[in-house]
Write a protein that binds this ligand. Sequence first.
Ligand code: EPZ
Length: 424
Amino acid sequence: MDKLRMVGGTPLKGEVIIAGAKNAALPILCACLLCDEPITLRNVPDLQDVRTMLKLLQEIGVTVSFPDADNRNHVVLNAANIKSSEATYEMVKTMRASILVLGPLLARMHSAKVSLPGGCAIGARPVDQHIKGLKAMGADIKIKSGYIQAETQSVTGRLQGASILTDMITVTGTENLLMAATLASGTTILENAAREPEVGDLAELLVKMGAKITGIGSDRLVIEGVEKLHSAEHSVIADRIEAGTFLCAVAATGGEVLVKHCRPDTLDAVMVKLREAGLEMEVGSDWIRASMKGRPKAVNFRTSEYPAFPTDMQAQLMAVNAIAEGNSTITETIFENRFMHVQEMNRLGADIAIEGNTAIAQGVEKLSGAIVMATDLRASASLVIAGLAAQGETQVDRIYHLDRGYDRMEQKLTLLGANIQRVK
Ligand code: EPZ
């Protein structure tokens, strides 16, 4: 298993280019299942989760091609000849986002068999709302031996438009139902819809494919079903979580970095907190120049759905709080078990205690390097940030978690002057 080894204490300096958003690319790749014509995508991040999703789509019968020889960010998908509408346990167990094939397969093929995603490190993460919404659209859904078996029931085979209000805001739940609704007969209203920018990016592609969607970016999406969708081209939105991760790295190590090809307008809540922590930021339309002088100040924050502070940035900002001046409280409201990075950070000399869904961090002057273990994607990013700020050598094990959501992070950090290497 690969590890990352780093020696902390070097301020980051230079420029970093942000990739396309993982959490936009994953549903967008699944959207190709909705039509039998080619979908051309650019700015697709070259990540483990994207490679996993492409493999799953190919097993379903989608042809995947890369028009430019050595450029995996430009992909053409064609779902003209889907041969199966099944996502097996083997495929789904490595990536929960595989659930995103359920809605499109059911809408296009009128049947789908998708393995129930197991739990995951950060929480139970059930998919009951995805199922509730599809049932409201007329699907017959059975859970049998760990699989979701879904069939449409109407004479035409199509799903029926419906008014759906999810019990909580769910990002992939909104995306699954949005994709299914594009081909349903009649109008679907999604109340309490997720407003994350990645949902909006998916909706923009669907509209380019001929879908009729209004309310994009709001918590009420109205979709008028159409018979057929057609080919389209789309460039994936920049990854706000990758950008936020690098901003936290600058805040923790000091220095000055120009973050390019990002979308500052999707980072308001993160930038508000980082400014409070003392990070200076100059903002352009697709860039942020961040600089940090001295020690960060502790900031209290609480995660919530977009546009509030994102749960996917909680661990990274906690790493900044670990060495900040003062104490801070960090409340996680989305997932029930997203503090596994705390114990590992305390191994680096942090002083963080957990009380229910709140972590209390007493800022320390300096962390000291140690061997730590990544437990999930964003936790691993936070340990890299902490290691870059710590004195001495830190080794982060199990960084396959990191590779799921970051494209060669250590290479980007090396270009910023960090002393970091991947060790096989
Ligand atoms: C998406 O996960 C993201 N993944 C997650 O990013 C992100 O943390 C999360 O949204 C919240 O923003 C992708 O987009 C691929 P949810 P998702 O459904 O859709 C509960 C990362 O690091 N819930 O919005 O699975 C659920 O348990 C990953 O990139 C139900 O109870 O999250 C959670 O407590 C991690 N029933 C809350 O809602 C359901 O049917 C929000 O979950 C659905 C969700």
